[in-house]
Design a protein around this ligand. Structure first.
Ligand code: PLP
Length: 366
């Protein structure tokens, strides 16, 4: 049987390094509630991104849900259906109506030419997604938001370590959410963070992730528990030390995919533009007008013990929990088409160039 290859494999720091990192927790017995590791990780993330305020969460979803809550928004939020369902859930669980905007053909992020026609008197926010780490047109979004008085909260779950013209993409809009889930390019086992420029929003988030407590005897918000613990923060600190090397390894593999597949008729890859330093988080490949359909490609790879994933299919507005809600029934033909024809191929730091060649060979064999 061929070696089993999954779509991703978590980057692991050396075991001894992690053990050293958590050793002092046995002295302090301080395991959560903004301990030393938590504060250190937060500070290091601020240093790495250059963004002044960071608030750590138990996972990315809770970060996004609490961020939307922190702005105390009511009404409708414009977002895209070509994403992980978490984006839409975070909006809906805040009592907001998700309004779906279609995506563009180039990098599958929000089609900025279609946002304004969706704005109503009830619109309060835009929640765009840097899907696969492909960056949204932040300048166009910023302009529309300023003209209509809307908040912009990015789902940047895929965009940790993506820089444009040397600046972290996590600085766009009012705030950005990152996921540090084990399957993401950078992880803290589970984990997430809000990146923002506002000290006030940071203060609200710190309270919201701890039952809304603003001090030991005062509770200012109705909120749950979404704190990152010390073991997660310790893993995040270790991961950050190795992140640049991990991205370089990912880049080598990504470039091998580009060399093998980018010029083949019927296959479209997402190659980062020259002003962007990518994190090479995913390897999306669109199969249109190819001799196999997307589903046939996935099946053929599985036959060889290689497990690509249909990220993101179905589009969110086709999911059972949303498809019958009137406000969710939007005409998003590009999102639908892309979601039906795209697959993310295996890409991770420890994948070898030989693995990439073999995967590409299976895809292109007539
Ligand atoms: C992973 C992911 C999330 C949720 O992050 P978790 O850390 O798993 O909670 C949200 N949005 C997108 C686009 C994601 O891929």
């Amino acid at each position: 049987m061929d070696k089993k290859i999954l779509v991703t494999r978590s980057s692991m720091p050396p075991l001894e390094e992690y053990v050293d990192e958590i050793r002092e927790l046995w002295d302090t017995a301080w395991l959560t509630n903004s301990g030393a590791k938590h504060r250190e990780f937060e500070k290091k993330l601020s240093g790495y991104t250059g963004i002044p305020y960071v608030s750590l969460f138990v996972n990315g979803h809770q970060a996004l849900e609490n961020m939307i809550a922190a702005y105390n928004l009511k009404g409708e939020a414009i977002t895209t259906p070509f994403t992980f369902v978490s984006t839409t859930h975070a909006i809906a669980k805040n009592g907001l109506k998700p309004v779906f905007c279609d995506i563009n053909e180039e990098n599958y992020t929000i089609d900025v030419s279609k946002i304004e026609s969706l704005i109503t008197k009830d619109t309060c926010a835009i929640v765009p997604v840097h899907v696969y780490g492909n960056l949204c047109d932040d300048a166009a979004i910023e302009k529309i938001a300023a003209e209509h008085g809307l908040k912009v909260i990015y789902d940047a779950a895929h965009a940790f370590g993506v820089f444009k013209n040397g600046e972290s993409a996590l600085g766009y809009g009012d705030a950005s959410m990152c996921s540090f889930h084990a399957t993401k390019a950078f992880h803290s086992i589970e984990g997430g963070a809000a990146f923002m420029h506002s000290a006030k929003i940071k203060e609200i988030l710190e309270a919201m992730k701890n039952f809304g407590m603003t001090s030991q005897e005062s509770v200012g918000y109705i909120s749950g528990n979404a704190k990152m613990n010390e073991f997660q923060a310790a893993m995040g600190i270790c991961s950050l030390r190795h992140f640049k090397d991990e991205v370089l390894k990912r880049k080598k593999n990504a470039e091998r995919y580009y060399a093998n597949l980018a010029n083949i008729d019927g296959i479209k890859l997402c190659i980062p533009p020259s002003d962007v330093d990518s994190n090479y988080a995913y390897m999306p490949a669109l199969f249109e007008g190819y001799f196999m359909t997307r589903d046939e490609v996935v099946e053929r790879l599985a036959h060889h013990n290689i497990f690509a994933r249909k990220y993101f299919f179905p589009a969110t507005n086709d999911l059972n929990c949303y498809k019958d809600i009137a406000s969710c029934q939007a005409d998003t033909p590009t999102a639908k088409r892309i979601s039906e024809n795209i697959v993310t191929l295996p890409l991770y730091a420890d994948l070898t160039l030989d693995d990439v060649d073999r995967i590409c060979g299976i895809i292109t064999e007539k």
